[in-house]
Design a binder for this molecule. Structure first.
Ligand SMILES: Nc1ncnc2c1ncn2[C@@H]1O[C@H](COP(=O)(O)OP(=O)(O)OP(=O)(O)O)[C@@H](O)[C@H]1O
Length: 518
């Protein structure tokens, strides 16, 4: 429950009656209900002041910037928590499911948005974020993975919360994470936000939800679930399961905040042109597929992936092997880029530093490229240059800098259009759990090969054509997730399919069937 607000506070229009769009974070005087001083604008100023610190923790900075910002950590400062305005009016022309979701959110009700593959969950999340921001609410747009974060133009929820060591910060003692890991900038974000959006929530574990809830309650000094933040989670537990641990909905944090209520979308956008594929997927989702469905899928079987079509695999090792094979198939010499790794804390043995880096840092120890290589950006290192995490591109040339050569890449941007960049190494660092601000660093060109991907990493994508290799399918929802990426059956190629590859988790199915629509 938001604290009471002064009665004179005028309501928000949602979206604003004026056609003029205000940029995120800019407040119209007198319209936002504030907490105790400073105002959200003051919080935004603090955010700006600590931007370098944020950058240092997520890894896009020079070493001197990182060191300087580490010294400026204002650990004792109390942050004030932004409070949602008392009334936000959703204007009549906002209709349908978007209206339903927005009305719940502006009323402070936490929402789980779900539905079958391609029903526009991410699309609706984007629209809701834009409307809420237009109305003056501060909204944090996040997703469970870097790739899905690009679909909502946001960051991973790990980065947003300042869990600099990835999932290690879920297991470590809470006080250590609060005092030594989460940077000031992340705490400022947590306090300045009124709404937290998490897309593709299915990939997060129950332990992660518990830790996020604990951290938000502590940082925002509110005992209510998620520190009183209004929450919009979106995803489907029948499509994606966490790589480790149990489903997020099994946590007490989820049950306290969201229970078994949801907005369940009924429209089908991705597969609207192919009703045969759509009805097959709807049955497959619940494990109620028929013999005729299996015969239909068998018509798409192939032994070899067609050239030029992205391949989706169940295991990362297979995606890596395919990328390697495609790279070797290119003419031209290989350019090998080796990361420069350093351990900065004397007490940290090199082996532990390497383990920490390899689990927390997405930049590769060794990256080999050739002209025309297909690449993707695995982190938000290039976001400041207009290329968000998850963007894909092609190496068009190499540029010599000293005795090293760096790739020039033409990226296809998620927002359409393309952008060519000379990609040079970025510095990322890990934060030790014993109080050092950063314990080890890696400097590397922030790219990875992208002819192939895992099905897990492709969650959220709509692909015009794809080859899905289900030979080693092992996870619940994996086959459904892979088979639902293309809008039409004839653009789908399947390797290694048989009925046993379809795994539907009984707990996830029971949860979805128990959901009460708002
Ligand atoms: N209102 C809309 N108008 C036009 N296209 C839409 C609309 N809503 C969704 N789409 C398109 O439908 C496709 C699927 O939408 P989206 O990715 O949001 O679905 P999803 O439910 O998040 O899918 P999944 O969970 O399977 O990743 C996308 O290509 C999207 O651009």
């Amino acid at each position: 429950m938001a604290p009471p607000v002064p009665p004179h506070c005028p309501p928000f229009s949602f979206p604003p009656t004026s056609s003029h769009r205000r940029p995120y974070g800019v407040r119209q005087p007198g319209t936002l209900t504030l907490g105790d001083a400073p105002t959200p604008i003051a919080s935004a100023a603090r955010l700006r002041r600590s931007t370098e610190e944020l950058v240092a923790c997520t890894g896009h900075c020079t070493p001197s910037q990182a060191r300087a910002s580490a010294l400026r950590r204002p650990s004792e400062e109390r942050l004030s928590v932004s409070i949602r305005p008392a009334r936000v009016v959703v204007l009549p022309h906002v209709g349908g499911d978007l209206r339903r979701v927005c009305q719940l959110l502006v009323g402070g009700i936490r929402v789980f948005l779900t539905g079958p593959p391609g029903c526009a969950k991410s699309h609706l999340v984007n629209e809701a974020v834009e409307l809420m921001r237009d109305a003056g609410l501060s909204v944090a747009a996040c997703a469970s993975t870097g790739v899905t974060a690009t679909l909502v133009s946001g960051t991973t929820v790990h980065s947003w919360a300042g869990f600099c060591n990835g999932d290690a910060d879920v297991k470590s003692p809470l006080q250590t994470v609060l005092n030594e890991v989460i940077p000031f900038a992340a705490k400022a974000r947590m306090c300045a936000s009124m709404v937290l959006v998490i897309d593709e929530v299915g990939a997060l574990s129950s332990d992660f939800m518990t830790r996020l809830d604990e951290a938000l309650r502590a940082v925002r000094r509110r005992s209510s679930p998620f520190g009183g933040l209004t929450l919009l989670t979106a995803g489907a537990f029948l499509q994606l399961s966490p790589l480790r641990g149990s489903y997020a909905f099994l946590s007490d944090a989820w049950q306290d905040a969201l229970a078994n209520r949801a907005v369940v979308l009924k429209a089908h956008w991705r597969h609207m042109q192919d009703t045969r594929l759509l009805s097959l997927l709807l049955r497959l989702r619940k494990g109620r597929h028929t013999a005729a469905d299996m015969v239909l899928l068998a018509t798409r079987s192939t032994a070899v992936a067609p050239p030029g079509v992205i391949c989706l695999f169940c295991h990362k090792a297979d995606a890596d092997a395919k990328n390697e094979e495609e790279l070797l198939g290119l003419a031209g010499e290989s350019v090998m880029l080796t990361a420069v790794d350093k351990a900065h804390a004397k007490y940290l043995p090199l082996a532990l530093a390497t383990t920490l880096r390899n689990s927390a840092v997405k930049l590769l120890p060794v990256l080999t490229l050739r002209l025309d290589a297909e690449v993707a950006v695995p982190t938000s290192c290039l976001a400041g240059q207009g290329v968000p995490c998850g963007s894909r591109g092609v190496v068009t040339s190499f540029r010599a800098v000293g005795n090293r050569r760096y790739p020039r890449v033409r990226f296809q941007l998620p927002s359409r259009g393309d952008k060519t960049l000379d990609v040079i190494p970025s510095l990322v660092h890990t934060v030790a759990l014993d109080g050092a601000t950063w314990s080890s660093t890696r400097s590397q060109v922030p790219l990875m090969l992208a002819w192939a991907s895992t099905i897990h990493a492709a969650q959220g994508w709509t692909l015009q054509e794809a080859t899905v290799d289900l030979t080693f399918a092992f996870a619940t929802g994996q086959a459904l997730s892979g088979l639902s990426r293309t809008p039409a059956l004839e653009r789908l190629h399947i390797i290694g399919f048989d009925e046993d590859r379809i795994i539907v988790d009984g707990t996830a199915l029971a949860f979805h069937e128990s959901l009460a629509d708002f």
